[in-house]
Design a protein around this ligand. Structure first.
Ligand code: SAM
Length: 324
């Protein structure tokens, strides 16, 4: 029954589509609904009376919980003002796990205490939910390259790739450059979604987003070898999503899915590190590690085949090390 929706982007009202999705059939539901902030969408009108907006939100939140598997996770992205209401609605039928604070590095001007972080509510349906430890690359000074976190006397214990991710995310920026944006007022970065999916799903799992916009969740799912179902009320956004999906391919290093942004590996699974590390040049000296980033080697080393797949497979010639 769920199979007929797999890897499709559906143009329509999410409540009408969701009611046909079977109970307990999806591994992860992620929603980034309109914020009711008068944003200029192509066709959707983003200004509703508060009670009307919240009652609509409570309807699709209930649907998200219903269709999520008992081992699955439910994520909702929004501003704190609305998330506090969403939390009280979700508390009735799901279990709170985390409030992820995403500091998207904005610079709001004009008043004190203007909102400068988004929240991602993280709920599950049972204690038996899928979860994988993930690591982010070290944050470094853009000028001198030094690691920004002070490890004090514990430098020797520093992980070469980077720390385990906490519930405060400060290393993922909102998309600012016009050339990286679609014609959409609030497109999320793909590596934000990849981080959530590496943490909560496995290859082949099903991810559903009822407000797909220009396809961020679907592209992230495809990059990581997961199945997706996307819904948007605006056919123009559905078209853009479909075009982007055609151009995206699994992103793997040495057989492990990773999240890459601008040729840098941003997030990995902790358990994959032993395989992934073969693809990096890593100094054994903690002081050197503190000073200089580890970097990907595109070469064969000894008998180990370093396979870097970003969009397409790269086969390197053993003699000249050029692309074969
Ligand atoms: C905040 S945006 C999502 C952006 C998306 N996360 C991305 O990265 O592109 C909200 C989306 O919800 C869509 N939308 C609004 N009402 C809807 C409804 N009733 N059913 C489905 N989609 C809807 C809008 O067209 C808009 O694209």
């Amino acid at each position: 029954m769920i199979n007929k929706y797999l890897n499709k982007i559906i143009s329509g009202d999410c409540l009408e589509v969701l009611e046909n999705i079977p109970d307990n059939s999806v591994d992860v539901t992620f929603a980034d609904p309109p914020f009711n902030l008068k944003k200029k969408y192509n066709s959707y009108y983003d200004e509703h009376e508060v009670g009307e907006y919240l009652s609509w939100c409570s309807d699709w939140l209930k649907e998200m919980v219903r269709i999520t598997k008992p081992t699955g996770s439910i994520f909702v992205h929004n501003i704190p003002k609305w998330l506090v209401y969403f939390g009280s609605s979700l508390n009735e039928s799901a279990l709170f796990r985390h409030w992820i604070a995403w500091d998207a590095m904005g610079s709001p001007l004009g008043r004190t205490l203007l909102p400068n972080h988004y929240g991602i509510l993280y709920y599950v349906k049972s204690e038996n939910y899928k979860f994988f430890d993930i690591r982010m690359s070290h944050k470094r000074c853009r000028k001198c390259g030094y690691i920004l976190q002070d490890y004090g006397g514990k430098k020797a214990q520093m992980h070469p790739f980077g720390p385990l991710v906490s519930d405060v995310w400060t290393d993922i920026h909102r998309i600012r450059h016009k050339k990286r944006r679609d014609e959409h007022p609030c497109q999320l970065p793909i590596h934000l979604l990849e981080r959530l999916l590496l943490m909560s799903t496995e290859e082949g799992d099903i991810v559903l987003d009822p407000f797909i916009g220009t396809g961020t969740t679907a592209v992230a799912a495809k990059n990581l070898g997961r199945n997706f179902i996307g819904i948007d009320i605006d056919p123009k956004y559905v078209d853009i999503t479909e075009r982007k999906l055609e151009a995206s391919n699994p992103t793997k290093i040495n057989g492990c899915y990773v999240s890459i942004f601008l040729d840098n590996v941003k997030t990995i699974r902790d358990k994959d590190w032993d395989k992934i590390k073969e693809a990096f040049v890593i100094s054994q000296d903690p002081l050197e590690l503190e000073r200089n980033e580890i970097y990907l080697s595109h070469k064969y080393s000894g008998t180990t085949r370093i396979e870097i797949v970003k969009g397409r497979q790269q086969n390197l010639c053993l003699v000249c090390e050029g692309e074969a």
